[in-house]
Design a protein around this ligand. Structure first.
Ligand code: ATP
Ligand code: MG
Length: 577
């Protein structure tokens, strides 16, 4: 077994207890009955016209996962038949993302454009048998001739051209004699078919556009429908797995393969992933980027793999999610809370705990010896016994969270307020003795407190209890940081559900990003590296931003909060049963 297969196996390790699905059953049966000589060969076929999103992750996990499970192979194939929308930037991002997810295609990176010569020959072969013709209708006319779901179409006036004339015209299309849109090559199937895809579909179109790989070599390009099935066939794909909208295209793909008499992959359709509070259409994601609703394809609010990665999502969490949502035949929408739940499960195990204060308020501990610094022991990760402890500096002036103090505490508020006590995590119990306000604005400048030296955490006398424990950092030692808090990119569960004439972009959540520039974090984070993940105690999981973070001013993205609404919902559902 070659090395890339074992990488795939590692990637699958975390998903072993996953539910089975109907595609797995089909493949298992084919292997058992020796169909395709018992081979399993799948592919992931993105069009390089955008970045990959979480829906693509589902397809990647499925295709690479099946190949790994059955000792087969999975190709990465770029379906690059539409030069006007494609770009090398997308090719590179797709490679990075598939690799990041944990999958390896070895040396099997293919491009539909590698097959342009073969596809051209295939087209010539079909013309020669009289089953394809060059048509001079323009796209409007073609639409009129096409008919509707309830009415049959009409034959094109060019349908009965002789093979020789068709060959000559197709050759001249290729030679660049005609302008864009002047002619097409169409399959001669059945203008009365109930399946609109079989009403003489276009196989080739004229497009004088440079292609990111073949440059100016071609001015005619195969349609996706003519390229996709044949590309699968050329690569010897056994199971051609695609989303439901291609079900109606299957008879067309079969027709092409039958005409050509070449290897016949088995197409199996499954329901695409839809996720709440976001959109998963590349066209819409592109619009969000181009119209600056987000900072780019890798904006941490985007449902792209690049966005999730920058936000701090792990590949493991995304793979677990893809496995748990399963594979079905019916379209549905998955609650984004389930993805966040898979993420929390993973981060809880791996993220070191630290203290950070996002909205600081200064606390002066009046009876703490001036100039003294204590280094207090703190646990790095209670979920991971192998993780050690660290020392956190404590001194006379600390910062706590504004939220953890109230001048007039409402009922049920047990944190700090005048005359009351609270425990500083890993340190002492402090009591608020005074509130210093700005004489002009009345704004709170700092809190005056005293500490009880007998209450040091972990010491034998520290058995005095108070109702709340809060986090803090030492003012003299803490590092300044920027923290970016994210919320769903769309305020509605289904951003596409808008009344007629209303733009879906009106559902963009105006509060999806909040930037806090005056945060203070533990000094140990001075060495935090890009992409590292932490749990800021009581606040959530955060990662070092890979784009804007610097050593002088670290920038943290909030990956996800601590409150697991999915787990809570599951518990509530169980209780009510
Ligand atoms: P386009 O509208 O540009 O065709 P697409 O989302 O289909 O967009 P592709 O690059 O063609 O993008 O997709 C590559 C593969 O990923 C295809 O096999 C497609 O079926 C699959 N895929 C795309 N979106 C989803 C999704 N939401 N859920 C599951 N699979 C998806
Ligand atoms: Mg597609």
């Amino acid at each position: 077994m070659n090395s890339d297969v074992s990488v795939v196996k590692d990637a699958m390790a975390s998903t072993e207890a996953a539910p089975s699905n109907f595609i797995r059953h089909i493949v298992a049966e084919d292997v058992e009955t020796g169909k395709h000589q018992g081979r399993v060969h799948t592919r992931f076929p993105p069009e390089p016209n955008g970045y990959l999103h979480i829906g693509h992750a589902k397809s990647i996990c499925l295709n690479f996962g099946l190949a790994a499970e059955f000792g087969g192979l999975c190709n990465l194939r770029f379906d690059d038949t539409n030069p006007s929308k494609e770009d090398i930037e997308y090719v590179e991002s797709i490679r990075d993302d598939v690799r990041w997810l944990g999958f390896d295609w070895g040396d099997r990176e293919y491009y539909a454009s590698d097959y342009f010569d073969r596809l051209y020959q295939f087209a010539v072969q079909i013309i020669k048998t009289g089953k394809a013709y060059v048509c001079d209708l323009n796209s409007d006319q073609m639409r009129q001739y096409r008919g509707t779901l309830t009415e049959p179409g009409r034959n094109s006036p060019f349908r009965d051209r002789s093979s020789d004339e068709n060959l000559d015209l197709f050759e001249r299309m290729k030679a660049g004699e005609f302008p864009d849109g002047a002619r097409t090559l169409r399959a001669k199937i059945d203008m009365a078919s109930r399946n609109l895809n079989l009403r003489d579909p276009v196989m080739y179109r004229i497009l004088h556009a440079a292609h990111h790989r073949t440059r100016d070599r071609w001015c005619i390009y195969p349609t996706y429908d003519f390229a996709h099935g044949q590309s699968d066939s050329i690569e010897g794909i056994t199971h051609s797995i695609c989303t439901l909208e291609f079900e109606d295209h299957r008879p067309l793909y079969d027709w092409f393969l039958d005409q050509l008499g070449i290897h016949h992959p088995q197409q199996i359709e499954f329901a695409r992933l839809n996720l709440s509070h976001t959109v998963l259409s590349k066209r819409k994601l592109l619009q969000l980027v181009q119209q600056n609703h987000v900072s780019g394809w890798d904006d941490p609010r985007m449902p792209t793999l690049a966005g999730f990665r920058r936000r701090g999502y792990t590949a493991e969490a995304i793979r677990t999610f893809c496995e748990r949502i399963g594979v079905a035949k019916r379209n549905s929408t998955v609650d984004i809370a389930m993805l966040e739940h898979c993420l929390r499960e993973d981060l809880n195990k791996r993220a070191a705990r630290v203290m950070a204060v996002l909205r600081p308020i200064k606390v002066v501990i009046e009876n703490y010896p001036a100039g003294q610094v204590e280094h207090l022991e703190a646990v790095n990760n209670p979920e991971d016994p192998s993780s050690s402890t660290r020392l956190v500096p404590f001194s006379e002036v600390v910062y706590i969270e504004q939220d953890d103090f109230r001048v007039e505490p409402p009922k049920g508020f047990f944190r700090l307020s005048p005359g009351r006590e609270v425990r500083l995590r890993y340190a002492y119990i402090i009591k608020c003795t005074d509130v210093v306000k700005d004489p002009e604005t009345g704004e709170i400048r700092e809190l005056r407190c005293t500490y009880d030296p007998e209450t040091k955490s972990g010491s034998s006398q520290s058995n005095r209890k108070v109702k709340a424990t809060i986090h803090w950092v030492s003012a003299a030692h803490a590092i300044e940081a920027e923290v970016r808090l994210y919320d769903h990119l769309f305020s509605k569960e289904d951003p596409d559900a808008v009344a007629d004439g209303v733009d879906w972009l009106t559902n963009v959540n105006p509060k999806s990003l909040e930037v806090l520039r005056n945060c203070r974090v533990e000094p140990i984070l001075a060495n935090a590296q890009t992409g590292e993940l932490y749990q800021f105690e009581r606040l959530g999981y955060f990662c070092v931003d890979s784009v804007d973070s610097t050593k002088r001013k670290p920038v943290f993205n909030r990956t996800v909060t601590l409150r697991d609404s999915w787990a809570n919902l599951q518990k509530a559902t169980k209780r009510s049963k």
